[in-house]
Design a protein around this ligand. Structure first.
Ligand code: SAM
Ligand code: SF4
Length: 336
């Protein structure tokens, strides 16, 4: 099998795969899912063996960072066996990093095993430190359980980054308390601008929109912000707060300022590959995977074909306060 690295038409190497392993979740965050979700039939999902083949094919083509996401990845049954299997790619040196994005609800059970599988860092989504607000925004989550998970992850030696979605009228008043809490616990903090995903009502999307430019200005009223050169090939920008030494990130997925260095693709739990966060263009990789259970040549050819369609940039537009550019898919589908 030919293992030339994946380079897209704009000469960007594709080295980062974000892989969703389930569309299910134990939370129903209001900006992400509707209260009554219909989840996919299980047979639509890639099996754990298929996830292994898929991830391994990308790794053989030069992907060096694998992020597992969902839905909530840790509610997928026996997902730890998949993490343990991926450790072989870390051990061989083919993969630099195996990581995940989680709501933290299952980390008290799994943090130790994740560390044993070679996970070194984890992103935990946490929008508020107020138990009632937390229960409200997640509709069914419990803050104390997530905080126990966070403790377990720190005890297991995992480095933690907190991801908080910036929501107008919801966590604006926690800007400083969340920042201070992260500083005390040695956690990085990244703010995410809310995106027009799924079928949220127009009112919800635009009413909750808190531009990170405003958040950043408010942070600068209390701290000296030094921009950091660090780039991850994605939409995050970082600053250091000089007073605490802490790193704070800003993810503005609606901006175009990162497309030139884009190094990533996203796969849904059904094996659809999205070449760009902001565009609907996708390739079905489950069909070639299932059609040839013992041979990855067709899968690899389909991956190459898909990457040859990776677009130059994306296509959101919020500024006209209409649904232009709105994505019809949920973040839980492509994993954020
Ligand atoms: N369940 C896991 C979690 O919550 O971390 C992983 C999947 S979740 C879809 C990945 C990330 O997407 C989370 O940090 C979540 O806050 C973010 N997210 C979901 N919907 C979003 C939206 N409409 N705008 C911005 N971020 C969103
Ligand atoms: Fe679940 Fe994560 Fe979506 Fe919240 S953001 S509903 S935790 S997938």
């Amino acid at each position: 099998m030919e293992t030339r690295p994946l380079i897209d038409p704009f000469q960007r190497p594709v080295t980062y795969l974000r892989l969703s392993v389930t569309d299910r979740c134990d939370f129903r965050c209001s900006y992400c899912m509707s209260e009554e979700m219909t989840f996919l039939p299980k047979k639509e999902l890639l099996s754990l063996e298929e996830l292994d083949r898929m991830a391994s094919a990308f790794i053989s083509l030069g992907v060096r960072k694998l992020r597992i996401t969902g839905g909530e990845p840790l509610v997928r049954r026996d997902i730890l066996s998949f993490f343990r299997a991926m450790k072989r790619h870390l051990d061989s040196g083919a993969l630099d990093e195996l990581t995940l994005t989680t709501n933290g609800s299952q980390l008290d059970r799994f943090a130790g095993e994740l560390a044993d599988a070679g996970v070194r860092r984890v992103n935990i989504s946490l929008d508020t430190l107020d138990p009632d607000k937390f229960a409200g925004i997640t509709r069914r989550g419990r803050l104390d359980k997530v905080l126990r998970g966070l403790d377990a992850a720190q005890e297991a030696g995992l480095r933690i980054k907190i991801n908080a979605v910036a929501l107008k009228g919801f966590n604006e008043d926690e800007l400083f308390s969340l920042t201070d809490w992260c500083a005390r616990r040695g956690l990085d903090l990244t703010w995410i601008e809310v995106m027009p995903m799924g079928d949220m009502g127009e009112e919800d999307r635009l009413g909750q929109y808190w531009p990170l430019s405003d958040l950043r200005d408010r942070l600068a009223e209390r701290y000296t912000l030094t921009p950091l050169a660090e780039r991850t090939g994605g939409p995050a920008r970082y600053v250091r707060l000089e007073q605490t030494g802490q790193k704070v990130g800003f993810i503005t997925p609606l901006s175009h300022n990162f497309c030139e260095s884009c190094n990533r693709v996203r796969m849904t739990c059904t094996g659809e590959l999205y070449m760009c966060l902001g565009q609907e263009d996708r390739a079905d990789l489950r069909a070639p995977l299932r059609a040839h259970p013992d041979d990855d040549a067709a899968l690899v050819a389909a991956i190459r074909e898909a990457i040859s369609h990776k677009p130059k940039g994306h296509d959101f537009d919020y500024s006209r306060e209409r649904a232009d550019g709105q994505m019809s898919r949920h973040m839980s589908h492509t994993g954020g």
